[in-house]
Each structure stands twice: as structure tokens, then as C-alpha cells.
Design a protein around this ligand. Structure first.
Ligand code: M6R
Length: 366
């Protein structure tokens, strides 16, 4: 049932080229520059006039929501707020019938996320669900939605469900941009053509598995880890840190790289591994300065870089390459090596990667 892999988590990491493809099937037409999302098409008109979107989720799904914020604001130019479902539900949130609330959930059964959408529904909002489990409670409570179609995820640590959620949010962002006329047709054709190629690029990311395993061996006894990124690399950093802590029990924090100087830099010494998302995108130069700041304090740098990068390679202790792609697709690629890193470290530490202590696959209690 694990398809020859030692753990479900590893199997699910390796399924991502296929799960991302399944998620896009029948939804994108690159040559026509067209995105179709049958699940939300009856709201196409509403999307044209919407003033705000609120995304509610927990854990890894909340990280996917943060990526969604970045994408929707960039391409569809709609203001987005991303909320922890557990915080949202216990406030008196300002929500009206003018709002769209998107609930992101692998299981579709997370108690806090369900309660958040029930509250938003009472206040008249339109609810979209992004779920993996077909027919689960959240899709049933939603007015409309888009399934991720990643297939069953058994490992408690979410991997393929995350990349599928990010894929759906990418599709939604482009769909909304198309409806609202905030993207040119040529840009849409370009992005969809590249998106179509992402499964192949994810396959290339997986080829780094052996070198990631070697790096993991060097850091398996670390007591702390920092993960830093900027822009859409920030949610990737958060996700990398969450994955590591939940399966290896190493304390890890994700931060926006620029926030380091406002506190976390005090933690840096020769014992501190720092993982940087340092690919060639709009924040590349800035991230390089942050790497210098860590190296000046003797921190150990592991950097996720764009294939062929030489600048970061000369500064970092270890680099892991990912294919060059438009910045919009960074989270789909940069997350893969971080999943593998936490997996190998956890296995080397003798942890139960598929069923980490104290955690359940779906959190049906508040
Ligand atoms: O099923 P959901 O996506 O609603 O679950 C949300 C979180 O409980 C979940 O993402 C959790 O953080 C995972 N264990 C992360 O790997």
C-alpha cells in the first residue's frame, strides 16, 4: 500500500508530479489562455465586483492560504485577508454579504475551520471550499468550491495536499484575474503554459533527494532551525518549519527574512542552521544580504537556489537547486526540498514520520 516506499509521507511527496497534474486536469487550456473552474462558475459575476476575500484555515492549509493571498492580490487585484480559523471564529469579525470567504482544508473536517465558515455564512458571506476529501463536511457547508483531487493523504504531515491547495489557489487567482480583466491574455497564456510544465519541474526537484539526504545527515542533531524567505517564499519558510517540527520534534521557526534583524538574529551562532529560500526572483538581492548577515555570525546556511546559481553557492554551506520558473510558481517548487529535508531528518532521528506524537490527521476538536 506504500507502493514500495518506506513511509506514506515519502510516497505522497513523490506523488506530487501526478497530484498537481490531476488537480489541473480539465481546468486549464494554455494555448487558449483559459482557466475553467466549474465549481465556482456561477459566482463569476460576483467575482467581478467583489471588494475583499477572506481566507480561513489552520496549519499547513493556512500556509497555502498565505500563498493564495499573494497570488490573488498580485493577479486579480482583490484585497485578501488570511485568518487562522480558530482566531476568526472567536472574534466578532467584520463580514458581510459582499465578502467571499474561502475555507482551505485537506480533510474538510477541521472543527475550527467549519465553525469559521458557519459564522461567516450567518453573516451572509459567500463560502468557497478548497478541500481534498470529496463530500466532507466543509464542501457540504460551502456554497461553491474546488476540490484539490490530490488523492488520499495518509501521512499526518501534509505534503501533496499542500501543493494541490496552492495549485487550486493559483488557478483561482488566474480565473479571477481573467474575469476581472486584470491580466493580459498574453501573460495568461505564458503563465498557464508554465503551470502546465510544473509537474515536470517538480519531478526535477525530486532528483535532489540523495543530496538532501546527505545534508540531512549533517543536521539531524540540531536543536533548532530557522527558515527564512521573502514574498511568497515566506509561507514556504513557515511550511518548512512546521514540517520539520511536527515530524522530527526539532524546534523550528519560519520568518520573513527581513524580520530577522528585529529579533531572531540574536539566536544565530555556529550551532544554528538557517534555511533560506534564495531563488532568483524579485527579492533575490535582499535575500543575499540576509544570508551575509547569517554568515557573519557563523550560522550554517542551507539555501534553496535556482538551478545554475553561483552567487549563493559561494556563500552558503549547502545549496539545493530547483528549476527556474516564474515567481508565481516558487511555492510549488521550493516546498518539495523542504518536505524531503524534514522527512530524512525525522527518519534519521528514529521518529514515526507517518504518525508523529500528539498529532491527528484531522483535528475535529476545537
Ligand atoms: O485537514 P486540514 O487541512 O483542515 O488540516 C489543517 C491542519 O490540521 C493540518 O494542515 C496540519 O497542520 C498538518 N498536520 C500539517 O502537516
Amino acid at each position: 500500500e506504500k507502493g514500495g516506499f518506506d513511509h506514506f509521507m515519502l510516497k505522497e511527496i513523490y506523488e506530487q508530479p501526478r497530484s498537481i497534474k490531476d488537480c489541473m486536469r480539465g481546468r486549464i487550456y494554455p494555448e487558449k489562455g483559459l482557466v475553467q473552474l466549474g465549481g465556482i462558475k456561477e459566482f463569476a459575476e460576483k467575482l467581478k465586483n467583489i471588494d475583499r476575500i477572506v481566507i480561513v484555515a489552520c496549519g499547513t492549509s493556512w500556509h497555502a492560504g498565505l500563498v493564495g493571498e499573494y497570488l490573488i492580490e498580485e493577479y486579480a487585484r482583490i484585497p485578501v485577508e488570511v485568518e487562522y480559523a480558530s482566531e476568526f471564529r472567536y472574534r466578532n469579525p467584520i463580514i458581510s454579504e459582499k465578502d467571499i470567504v474561502i475555507a482551505v482544508s485537506q480533510s474538510g473536517e477541521t472543527a475550527d475551520t467549519m465553525a469559521a465558515i458557519e459564522l461567516a455564512k450567518e453573516k451572509g458571506a459567500t463560502i468557497f471550499g478548497i478541500c481534498n476529501v470529496v463530500g466532507a463536511s466543509i464542501p457540504r457547508l460551502s456554497h461553491a468550491g474546488v476540490y484539490t483531487h490530490a488523492g488520499p493523504e495518509i501521512g499526518v504531515a501534509s505534503t501533496k495536499a499542500f501543493t494541490a491547495q496552492v495549485t487550486v489557489l493559483t488557478l483561482m487567482a488566474l480565473y479571477m484575474a481573467q474575469q476581472r480583466g486584470t491580466i493580459t491574455q498574453s501573460k495568461l497564456i505564458h503563465l498557464l503554459t508554465e503551470l502546465d510544465n510544473i509537474p515536470t519541474m517538480v519531478e526535477r526537484c525530486l532528483l535532489s533527494n540523495d543530496s538532501i539526504k546527505e545534508i540531512s545527515a549533517k543536521f539531524k542533531d540540531a536543536r533548532n532551525f530557522l527558515f527564512l524567505g521573502r514574498g511568497s517564499g515566506f509561507p514556504v519558510a513557515l511550511e518548512g518549519a512546521l514540517k520539520l517540527k511536527e515530524i522530527s520534534y526539532i524546534h523550528a521557526e519560519g520568518y520573513p527574512a527581513a524580520e530577522m534583524k528585529h529579533g531572531p538574529i540574536a539566536l544565530i551562532d555556529e550551532e544554528m542552521p538557517v534555511v533560506f529560500i534564495a531563488t532568483k526572483n524579485s527579492s533575490y538581492e535582499k535575500v543575499i544580504s540576509n544570508i551575509q548577515e547569517v554568515k557573519a555570525r557563523k550560522g550554517k546556511v542551507i539555501a534553496i537556489v535556482t538551478e545554475g546559481d553561483t552567487v549563493v553557492k559561494n556563500m552558503a554551506d549547502f545549496v539545493i537547486e530547483i528549476p527556474d520558473a516564474d515567481e508565481i510558481f516558487l511555492p510549488l517548487l521550493a516546498t518539495i526540498p523542504l518536505q524531503l529535508l524534514s522527512y530524512h531528518i525525522a527518519v534519521m532521528r528514529g521518529c514515526n514520520v507517518d504518525q508523529p506524537r500528539n498529532l491527528a490527521k484531522s483535528v475535529t476538536v476545537e
